[in-house]
Design a protein. Structure first.
Length: 215
């Protein structure tokens, strides 16, 4: 019996399209090209940061982010807000809580993501980020922390995310139920991997309430 549903952030709750389009504009790269390169990273198993190196060899990403913040202190830049939520997020989270499931957000995110998510007033019980824990998926210790904050046994936790490497394999190892959502480059591509075989896969968060807590 699942008692807690824990959610990844990027391409699970947040549509990152606007973020990557703003990055493309910042780097003076056509949006379609940059989005395609990001898809290539997902397809070849390369880290996302390699996309920046491909389009702008030698780019100092940290320095670029600092320069961007200085140039546009009032803009979203590489951040997100409520307009980036997928439309199924609020209804699904609300329904899960109505059915007695504890709902937690815990994903690989920078420090500012926590406050951004909290400002959305989502129907969740808690929000955590890798930055505040000093741990990133797929580190097993990340999922140990998930178990601690959920306050239930691993077998009573479902973790929902879009990546097999971060959200399925280590979740299985931790003794939790992984659910893979097919959206975003990694979601569509990694759902086809042999490692994903047998994983519960959904196309929308609307499917979760009946999956985890049938009425």
């Amino acid at each position: 019996m699942i008692k807690a549903a824990v959610f990844d952030v990027g391409e699970t709750l947040i549509d990152e399209t606007r973020i990557w389009c703003r990055w493309a504009d910042r780097l003076a790269v056509p949006r379609f090209a940059f989005l395609g390169v990001i898809g290539g990273m997902a397809a070849t198993g390369r880290p996302l940061t390699d996309a920046f190196e491909l389009v702008r060899p030698g780019l100092d990403l940290d320095a670029e982010q600092s320069a961007w913040a200085a140039a546009e202190p009032g803009s979203l830049r590489n951040n997100f807000d409520g307009d980036d939520l997928y439309p199924d997020v609020r209804p699904a989270l609300r329904e899960l809580r109505r059915r007695g499931i504890t709902v937690i957000i815990a994903g690989n995110q920078p420090p500012q993501a926590k406050s951004a998510l909290e400002r959305m007033d989502l129907p969740v019980d808690a929000v955590y980020t890798s930055a505040e824990w000093g741990l990133e998926k797929p580190d097993p210790e990340f999922f140990t922390r998930v178990t601690e904050v959920a306050g239930v046994e691993p077998a009573e936790i479902c973790y929902i995310g879009d990546r097999v490497d971060n959200d399925v394999l280590p979740v299985r190892t931790a003794g939790m139920l992984p659910v893979l959502i097919r959206r975003g480059p990694w979601g569509y591509l990694t759902a086809e991997l042999p490692e994903a075989a047998g994983t519960t896969t959904i196309d929308s968060l609307d499917e979760l309430p009946d999956l985890l807590a049938p009425a």
